[in-house]
Design a protein around this ligand. Structure first.
Ligand SMILES: [Zn+2]
Ligand SMILES: [Zn+2]
Length: 356
């Protein structure tokens, strides 16, 4: 971790004092209809529509959109964008390794791991004596499929708040996966179908199953295969994966099948013989959501920080100012304010909570 640009504050304990000669970052980072705009660098972070210059935190579709002229992101994110968006991924795609600093206009920029999905990054921006960190989506739990979140001390921390309420506390993920394995031993005749998002959750659930000692074959709905192949190219071990062909329904008797949430909800999964329907998502904490989706076995596994991870991270980055976006802002703003941090909600639009 490099030293802050300005001389006072961040090295010692406690937040930095505002410097009179330093323009507050809200004077040079703006919320425009296209998204968060860093004016002195001439770029947007995760713009919601095509712009000239975009810095993309990660490959989820509400952050990585088609139609930008220049895209700067990690190699993992660019590979994901190429695979999902093809030609639309961007006019020119520039890779930046974690920790490497480049200049864009009057801004020094580097990408730091966010621990969310493969390639996910926080954007660390330094300008006019201030350091701003835009976290993108992040989590603090150990995840074999991506580099772990790195807290960076800063003057302004922009945090997501998907699970920004004290009721959201994710249980240990291995315990959730063991519930699934236990159900498989209780009902060996039934296939178990687990709803997982294609980017991140799918590969995380697979590595958790392997870590819990399950080394049998895992069957994949066709929509999940390309990103699993991509993760393997990036060196993530997933063990034996097989295509889940519903036509070969007899072979799927008693099998473990992963499928996108949409396929689990519709007839695709129902064509299996008496399946146990599971779903891996942070939202499975909310019983009503599980019921609505017809989920018999809810697994609370999230790629987003829960309440404790959010507040822990705000403590660790020691920012005197926090901007909260992308979810339930009010409780986190309140929490930070009570700790003497200047905090406000940032009204960014166009984000979905579905990949949680
Ligand atoms: Zn995401
Ligand atoms: Zn997101």
């Amino acid at each position: 971790m490099s030293a802050p640009l300005h001389s006072e504050g961040l090295a010692g304990p406690g937040p930095a004092k505002p410097h009179p000669d330093r323009p507050n970052p809200d004077r040079w980072i703006k919320v425009l209809p296209e998204g968060l705009y860093v004016e002195p660098g001439g770029f947007y972070i995760d713009p919601v529509r095509g712009v000239d210059r975009a810095v993309v935190t990660h490959g989820h579709s509400d952050h990585a959109r088609a139609g930008n002229r220049h895209v700067l992101a990690t190699a993992g994110t660019i590979a994901i964008m190429r695979q999902r968006l093809g030609e639309g991924a961007g006019g020119s795609l520039q890779e930046l390794a974690y920790g490497e600093t480049i200049r864009l206009g009057d801004v020094a920029l580097r990408l730091v791991p966010a621990g969310h999905v493969l390639g996910s990054a926080q954007v660390v921006i330094e300008h006019a004596g201030s350091r701003v960190v835009v976290s993108g989506d992040y989590k603090r739990r150990f995840d074999r499929t991506c580099a772990p979140f790195e807290p960076v001390p800063c003057d302004v921390f922009v945090t997501e708040a998907t699970f920004g309420l004290p009721v959201f506390r994710h249980p240990p993920d291995l315990g959730e996966v063991r519930k699934l394995l236990h159900s498989m031993t209780l009902f060996p005749e039934r296939s178990h179908v687990v709803g997982v998002y294609a980017l991140g959750k799918c590969q995380r659930v697979i590595t958790l199953l392997r870590a819990a000692g399950y080394d049998g074959p895992i069957h994949l709905h066709g929509a999940l295969e390309p990103l699993c192949d991509l993760y393997r190219r990036f060196g993530i071990e997933l063990g034996e994966l097989r295509p889940a062909t519903v036509a070969a329904r007899e072979q799927l008797k008693g099998a473990l099948v992963l499928a996108p949430p949409g396929a689990v909800a519709d007839r695709w999964a129902r064509r299996l013989t008496d399946p146990v329907v599971a779903m891996a998502s942070g939202w499975m904490r909310v019983r009503q959501r599980a019921r609505q989706r017809g989920v018999e076995l809810p697994l609370i596994i999230s790629d987003h920080a829960d309440w404790d991870e959010l507040t822990q991270t705000i403590d660790e980055v020691q920012a005197p100012e926090v901007w909260v976006t992308h979810g339930r802002e009010e409780a986190l703003v309140h929490h930070a304010t009570r700790k003497g941090i200047r905090a406000r909600a940032l009204a960014l639009i166009g984000f979905e909570e579905d990949e949680a």
